[in-house]
Design a protein around this ligand. Structure first.
Ligand code: ZN
Length: 406
């Protein structure tokens, strides 16, 4: 009877012990998650900080760029003005060229006219000589009378005088045209000099523009580089999310194979019962003071070094690791079905991968490891593998700068 009671008591105790554990873990489930740990190098917290820094750089680059573009458009405006001046001078030069060529034609015409008249005069004199009507000697010796002689003499004189008059006029006109032409040529030369000056000024502006273009190209290259880095960081953050999701899923599959399942509470316990004032809000939540949305992957809760960090819900530890540049010492607990909680910047960790943890169990202690400037807990909640604002799970419980958060 006594033996039977003892045996019964033993069986009841074993049963109670089993029931108290929400999860039954096979040792190989731990090995699976352990194998993944080393590949999980990326850290979303550090990625967010790096991204912020890069976005600051992008802003500075954009400012430089808009300055350069402004400079460029100013130079282009100046080039445009100078170009229209050059075009105007070109038109004037063309007019002067037309005028000069017209004057050259006039001079040639006048010379031809003079030559023609001279030839005509000579012909006239020759024919008169041939006719014997005007031979000076003939005039003197063949005159039929003194009055005839006088008539002949006057006629000859008139012809000569008339011819000389015409010829002199022609020569004067030609000389005037020559003088005008010289004036036009010097005006044209002045315009040409003005044009040369403008063309030189334009060339200078163009070389300035080329410099600005070079600068812009450099800025664009820099911008591309930083944008590329931002994209890379985003990809890494996504990879981090995917990695957590994958490990969570694999664990669930392993447990299912063993006929086990993670069972957990519906509510979330606050991991730092004595510290409920946040120093940083989750991405998208508007700062009640500045009205600007936060860009943070979780929430930050300042607390003294060594403060116990409690598991928000029961589950299985899928990551317990140290990440140098970002989360520092951090723990990720799976609560099944793509639901996880993440605790970062711990001074030290109290659990290891594969550990089955109960709600309220100590996961580690507050610290400032990784990318952190003071003792605080960085806390993230994922529901269906997507980050959510942890505050929504603790509505009315937490404060930010003295305001209670809904
Ligand atoms: Zn944080």
């Amino acid at each position: 009877m006594r033996k039977c009671l003892t045996r019964m008591l033993g069986a009841v105790l074993t049963l109670a012990l089993m029931l108290s554990l929400p999860v039954f873990m096979a040792p190989d489930a731990r090995a699976v998650t352990q194998a993944e740990i080393n590949s999980l190098k990326q850290n979303a917290s550090s990625l967010d900080a790096q991204k912020k820094e890069l976005q600051k750089q992008l802003k500075a680059i954009a400012a430089d760029k808009s300055k350069a573009m402004e400079q460029k458009s100013l130079l282009e405006e100046q080039i445009d003005v100078i170009q229209s001046e050059v075009n105007n001078i070109d038109q004037q030069i063309t007019k002067y060229d037309e005028l000069i060529s017209q004057m050259e034609q006039d001079i040639t015409q006048s010379e031809q006219e003079e030559a023609r008249l001279y030839e005509l005069f000579c012909q006239c004199v020759r024919s008169m000589e041939e006719e014997g009507s005007i031979n000076y000697w003939a005039i003197l010796f063949n005159a039929t009378s003194f009055s005839d002689l006088l008539d002949r003499y006057i006629m000859l004189d008139e012809i000569v005088e008339y011819n000389e008059g015409v010829m002199n006029n022609l020569a004067a006109t030609r000389e005037q045209i020559r003088q005008d032409k010289t004036a036009v040529e010097s005006a044209r030369a002045e315009q040409q000099a003005a044009k040369d000056k403008q063309v030189a000024a334009r060339r200078e502006l163009e070389s300035s523009e080329a410099e600005v273009d070079k600068l812009l190209a450099q800025i664009n290259k820099q911008e591309d580089k930083v944008e590329h880095s931002v994209k890379e960081l985003e990809a890494q953050a996504k990879a981090m999310d995917a990695e957590i999701a994958r490990k969570e899923k694999e664990l669930a599959a392993k447990l299912a194979q063993q006929g086990n399942k993670i069972t957990t509470e519906s509510g979330y316990l606050w991991p730092l019962p004595d510290y409920k004032a946040l120093s940083s809000l989750f991405a998208g939540r508007k700062d009640p003071f500045t009205g600007r949305p936060a860009t943070h992957s979780g929430i930050d809760v300042p607390a003294p070094k060594g403060t116990k960090i409690l598991s928000a819900k029961s589950g299985v530890v899928i990551t317990s690791a140290y990440n140098k540049g970002g989360y520092g010492n951090y723990v990720v607990v799976s609560h099944g079905d793509g639901n996880t909680t993440l605790y970062a910047h711990m001074n030290s960790r109290a659990v290891k991968e594969g550990d089955v943890v109960k709600q309220g169990q100590v996961l580690g202690y507050v610290g400032t490891t990784g990318r952190s400037t003071g003792n605080h807990l960085h806390y993230e909640i994922r529901v269906n593998n997507a980050r959510i604002d942890p505050v929504t799970k603790y509505s009315g419980m937490l404060t930010y700068r003295g305001s209670v958060l809904k």
